[in-house]
Ligand binder design. Structure first.
Ligand code: AMP
Length: 222
């Protein structure tokens, strides 16, 4: 079975939710550059200060910053048996940087070990998903106020914490993130297809339906 999973798709297409499920099932880490960058912002690191100005506008953070964060993460011991990447690579340049990083750290190769899964969903539906997205600051469970609401409005079902909304999940920045996605990230579809490592799923249904489709692809269960 493949060891490196790359989840590709527009913002809010449900990659994060499915990445967590796959990472639990395979006991490999879920690596999400957005969260790694937000952690740097929270900790007020030098990288975080640079990243914030780009994230606030819905633009991609410069490749040097992202590559540095991701290289450090992929070298950790828990990545030795594989990992699921969510939100990276986000451009052809980043895909090439990923190959270089894997080569430098002596772990895996894209052609042999990676599977890229493209989450196919209608963009307009996604803007609504994004502005209604909330998450638990304690356990990171993701909710959607319309399609997957918590039992008590605004509070986590698991830890009872008040849910929070990401700063960049407002309509203006969400639209900017889609423009960035189309320009920078969408070309990765053809890039990975040509490499022969791409599969796609219709990601417009419910979370459990998407998970079933994903398992079929990954474990080739019928
Ligand atoms: P996400 O949590 O994946 O939606 O990412 C939130 C924001 O973090 C994006 O809009 C970008 O500004 C930044 N970001 C996340 N991943 C990357 C990446 N691979 N390259 C550049 N910027 C990124």
């Amino acid at each position: 079975m493949k060891k490196v999973f790359i989840f590709l798709g527009p913002p809010g297409s449900g990659k994060g939710t499915q990445t967590s499920r796959l990472s639990d099932k395979l006991s490999i880490p879920h690596i999400d550059t957005g969260s790694l960058l937000r952690k740097n912002i929270q900790d007020n690191t030098e990288l975080g200060i640079i990243a914030k100005s780009f994230i606030d506008k819905g633009n991609l953070v410069p490749i040097e910053v992202v590559s540095s964060v991701i290289k450090e993460r992929l070298q950790k011991d828990d990545c030795k048996d594989g990992f699921v990447l969510d939100g990276f690579p986000r451009s052809i340049e980043q895909a090439q940087a990923l190959e270089k990083i894997l080569d430098e750290i002596g772990r895996f190769s894209l052609i042999e070990d990676a599977l890229a899964v493209y989450f196919d969903v209608d963009t307009e539906a996604l803007i609504q998903r994004l502005v209604n997205r909330r998450s638990c600051p304690k356990c990171a469970t993701i909710y959607n106020l319309i399609s997957n609401p918590p039992k008590i409005m605004d509070y986590c079902d698991i830890c009872d914490e008040k849910l929070t909304q990401r700063d960049d999940d407002n309509e203006e920045v969400a639209r900017a993130r889609f423009v960035t996605y189309e320009r920078e990230t969408a070309p990765l579809y053809d890039y990975f297809k040509q490499m022969g490592i791409l599969k796609e799923i219709d990601a417009s249904g419910a979370i459990t339906e998407i998970w079933e489709k994903l398992k079929e692809i990954i474990f080739e269960e019928k």
